[in-house]
Design a protein around this ligand. Structure first.
Ligand code: PRT
Ligand code: ZN
Length: 218
């Protein structure tokens, strides 16, 4: 089997926190597709769409470049990527917030106190903009994983990291002092595809199904 040029393409996370809920949602809107762990894409049997499985960090780029027409990804990554994509519909799962956190024992209670300090994060674009907009001069250090251990290592005074239950912060004796953004899994679209007559018809058929399921679950 191979990808079909007449089909629209949707990129979803291959293997991560959003994958199971995303697959379940696609099945709930009535799409039939096989999904073996090893494969790179699936073809829907009952809808003119192919599903590509990729790393979540690449989804906004794939959509912006038109490699795919639609993507499902955390809004946090859409904001961080700064790619020109359309945020079409929030999907009400994958909820989390990007927060500023400091060691509980630090006594720091406001972001103004971080002026001149190191702030570690995997979201350097969003973090830099957040502090710049508030005229707070910080030194953003980009770390790809385990950001929450950097204060204990003496690498950073504060972190900006995703939080859902908050247990990772508690485990590392960190407390949140500010909120940078709220996120959830979101359908994003390529602007050229959304303006393309033929694709727009298929995309709209799909979005109508998603909106129906979202409305029913409210
Ligand atoms: O392999 P790939 O690159 O595709 O995946 P990934 O490992 O980069 O991302 P993944 O699967 O961990 O997360 C995918 C998306 O899930 C994120 O981009 C967010 O949109 C969303 N999401 C929702 C979260 C969380 N909740 C979350 N809690 N992403 C990460 N976390 C982290 C958090 O930072 C902490 O380290 O999970 C840990 C536990 O969080 P607490 O607060 O529940 O303790
Ligand atoms: Zn990722």
């Amino acid at each position: 089997s191979k990808l079909n040029g007449d089909h629209i393409k949707l990129a979803i996370q291959k293997d991560g926190r959003l994958t199971e809920d995303t697959r379940n949602l696609l099945r709930t809107v009535g799409l039939h597709f096989e999904s073996y762990k090893q494969r790179l894409f699936s073809i829907c049997r009952n809808f003119p769409m192919d599903i590509l499985y990729v790393r979540d960090d690449d989804i906004a780029e794939y959509v912006a470049e038109g490699i795919v027409d639609l993507g499902i990804v955390g809004r946090n990554l859409v904001v961080e990527s700064e790619k020109p994509v359309e945020e079409i519909l929030p999907l009400n799962y994958g909820h989390c917030s990007l927060k500023v956190a400091v060691p509980a024992e630090s006594g720091i209670t406001s972001i103004e106190q971080l002026s001149g300090c190191n702030v570690a994060t995997s979201y350097p674009v969003t973090t830099s903009r957040f502090f710049a907009e508030r005229d707070i001069d910080v030194n953003v250090i980009t770390i790809s994983g385990s950001v929450e251990i950097t204060p204990a290592l003496g690498v950073a005074t504060a972190i900006v990291d995703l939080v859902s239950t908050g247990s990772s912060l508690r485990l590392n004796d960190l407390v949140a002092i500010d909120n940078v953004l709220d996120s959830q899994s979101t359908i994003i679209g390529n602007r050229t595809s959304l303006a393309d007559k033929q694709k727009a018809i298929i995309i709209e058929r799909l979005l109508t199904r998603f909106r129906g399921v979202m409305a029913a679950s409210e």
